[in-house]
Design a protein around this ligand. Structure first.
Ligand code: TXA
Ligand code: MG
Length: 323
């Protein structure tokens, strides 16, 4: 594995060629780092599952360079999905659509649907464009962490997670810290009315405004296999507990307006919700780097991104014995 910290044009063509040759390339997006593979190469995709330790019936999102690539991978695209793609791509939104013949079972986990996203990050877009110029069709990329663990938002976090699993020809591209910090909003576009499978920076209100209609707020169809829909996910090694003050020696995450309990180890003090989302995963990772056994998080009660932040933090704190 090689970490490339100076992503020149030469480095990007090397990375695109590595993908084309069936190797893995971890790359930054505006949400979290992805672990990329040629989405048409079964062997490369199986490496992604092996490196993550992820069950093979959990589908991967295919990343494309622009809306123009959408009809390669999807068919029967509803008008509202086109509106969403025009309004929010490139951006932190994944559309679940009926798959085309290009989307094989090894990408979709055997489902008839495909997840597509155009990320809004200059290095990611340049890599995707370069890959397509070599004849590539799309890059399958889950978050670049081991299954169930916290998603990485820095290249250091990617290498901490995966260095023991990546092969000698695999690459990690460094593009600094991810701007948004939590994963894309996933929208199911396979029905007459769209529904949200995973909340993110593109909110219900933004979606309803874009499509000029209401979305379906019912709980998503559990037949759709999405690991983001599991109760427990995004978990550090430390036990996470919510809306309680930290005891001495425990980790503490809360907005800056909340003061640090005596003796607690303050992991971050974001000034607002956007910053909370951006720093959350690194703060959880720091808790593990400091070998803390317990992290207490005070959730923001309202405002930007509150649904997405709560979703991730609840799952990171889910504990089997709470059943
Ligand atoms: O922001 C993101 O979406 C990041 C960056 C790298 O793009 N990617 C990401 O991928 O979060 P991953 O695999 O860690 O989470 C994607 C979620 C999983 O829960 C997966 O099961 C679900 O999306 N998913 C992917 N394709 C799907 C499909 N065809 N139908 C239903 N769910 C799907
Ligand atoms: Mg993930």
């Amino acid at each position: 594995m090689e970490l490339i910290s100076n992503c020149t044009a030469d480095a990007l063509s090397k990375a695109a060629k590595a993908l084309k040759d069936g190797h893995l390339v971890a790359f930054p997006t505006e949400t979290v780092y992805g672990l990329g593979a040629d989405a048409t190469n079964e062997n490369a995709v199986s490496q992604v599952y092996a490196v993550k330790g992820r069950p093979t019936d959990h589908p991967l999102i295919v990343h494309i360079s622009s809306i123009n690539q959408i009809s390669k991978w999807a068919t029967d695209i509803p008008d509202y999905a086109i509106k969403l793609a025009r309004d929010f791509w490139p951006g932190p939104m994944t559309l679940i659509l009926k798959r085309s013949d290009l989307a094989k079972d090894f990408i979709t986990g055997g489902q008839e649907n495909i997840g597509l996203r155009v990320p809004n990050q200059p290095l990611a877009l340049a890599l995707l464009a370069e890959f397509e110029s070599l004849g590539g069709q799309g890059v399958a990329a889950p978050s670049a962490n081991r299954f169930g663990a916290v998603s990485p938002t820095t290249s250091l976090a990617v290498s901490e997670e995966l260095e023991n699993y990546l092969g000698s020809n695999d690459l990690i591209l460094d593009g600094g810290s991810c701007h948004i910090g939590i994963e894309s909003t996933i929208i199911n576009c396979t029905e007459i009315v769209p529904s949200i499978l995973r909340p993110g920076a593109i909110t219900n209100e933004m979606i309803e405004k874009s499509i000029g209609d209401k979305i379906n707020l019912n709980t998503p169809d559990r037949d759709i296999k999405a690991s983001g829909l599991l109760d427990k996910h995004y978990s550090p090694k430390a036990r996470v507990r919510l809306n309680m003050l930290a005891e001495p020696g425990e980790g503490f995450i809360a907005l800056a307006s909340i003061s640090t309990p005596v003796g607690a180890i303050r992991l971050t003090s974001p000034r607002n919700n956007k910053e909370f989302a951006r720093v959350l995963y690194e703060a959880l990772r720091d808790g593990d780097r400091f070998n803390l056994s317990e992290i207490k998080i005070i959730l923001p009660k309202n405002g930007d991104l509150v649904e997405a932040i709560n979703d991730r933090v609840m799952k990171s704190s889910f504990n089997e014995d709470h059943h």
